[in-house]
Design a protein around this ligand. Structure first.
Ligand SMILES: Nc1ncnc2c1ncn2[C@@H]1O[C@H](COP(=O)(O)OP(=O)(O)O)[C@@H](O)[C@H]1O
Ligand SMILES: [Mg+2]
Length: 282
């Protein structure tokens, strides 16, 4: 078995993955995505030497393109293109969850300033506006009233590019000052954390603190349903605790970070990822 790890920057996650490969004596190569060149017209090229490729690109579009081409060569990627494509797009994720009857916040899509204001009023203030593609909480906005809605939508309309002219709106869940991040690796949910913050946006990238969250049967079952809805793999499932509806899936991340979770919980996420890679490799 020969594994490739495609990456952009050596973060602690990548270092731990390399260590996990080395400690298992798995032969592997480190591949900088900035240097990748992919043949589009034939499968039989230098990439054929790999039995599987772990994709750790920071750029969503770069990671997606690489997965797409490698999968066309019959090389498994972690995660597959079909899964990453859904997870990287909040509209696609919402549809996948809806099709699988997995609970999620009420979410609406609109395309103009007027349409977005109208959609927001259907949800009622306050509500949340998010970029369809994005992470680390960037541009996730809480809209408290009509003045704020008009201001934000007009700014997006005038200053934004075409991606900003798609308005993904969501009901604000009155969560208890935290959300849940659960790690799914194949059909296991080895660990979960609470991300607590004074701010309503609880990304650890924005300073939320992590504490251990017990993986109950309910949490495991729901995470597995959510992961299956997008095609399964190595995924970080974000959940919101709704006081009325219980656990809702907020989003599913296909290139997960685990630098806070491993030291906090002692769970060997990188090792488990490598075991999963062994199972899916050709
Ligand atoms: N509908 C919502 N209700 C309450 N809080 C939310 C809602 N959507 C997002 N958040 C908060 O904002 C954070 C970032 O939103 P998220 O959809 O995960 O975007 P990103 O992909 O940038 O991480 C979430 O982790 C959560 O704390
Ligand atoms: Mg998130």
């Amino acid at each position: 078995m020969h594994i490739g790890v495609v990456y952009s920057r050596l973060r602690v996650e990548e270092k731990w993955l390399f260590k996990a490969l080395e400690s298992r004596e798995v032969s592997y190569e480190r591949l900088l995505d900035s240097q990748a060149i992919l043949h589009l017209d034939n499968d039989n090229n230098e990439w054929s030497r790999f039995d599987a490729i772990i994709i750790r690109s920071l750029s969503t579009s770069r990671g997606l393109s690489i997965a797409r081409v490698l999968n066309s060569f019959g090389i498994p990627t972690i995660n597959p293109y079909s899964v990453s494509e859904i997870c990287s797009d909040k509209v696609a994720t919402s549809i996948a969850l809806k099709n699988a009857s997995v609970p999620q916040p009420k979410s609406l899509l609109a395309f103009t300033v007027k349409g977005a204001i109208e959609a927001g009023e259907r949800l009622g203030y306050p509500y949340v506006l998010k970029p369809v593609v994005g992470s680390w909480g960037r541009l996730v906005s809480r809209i408290n009233d009509r003045d704020a809605a008009e201001a934000i939508f007009e700014h997006r309309d005038v200053l934004g590019n075409y991606q900003h002219h798609i308005y993904y709106l969501q009901q604000l869940i009155q969560k208890p000052g935290r959300d849940i991040r659960a790690f799914v690796i194949g059909n296991e949910t080895p660990v979960a954390i609470y991300r607590e913050s004074e701010h309503w946006i609880t990304n650890t990238a924005l300073g939320a603190t992590a504490t251990t969250c017990e993986v109950t049967k309910e949490l495991h079952d729901l995470c597995q349903r959510a992961a299956t809805a997008v095609g399964g793999g190595v995924l970080a499932v974000d959940l919101l605790e709704d006081p009325d509806r219980g656990l809702l899936i907020n989003e599913i991340n296909h290139t997960m970070e685990f630098h806070s979770t491993v030291p906090l919980t002692g769970v060997d996420i990188p090792g488990m990822i490598i075991e999963h890679v062994r199972q899916v490799s050709k």
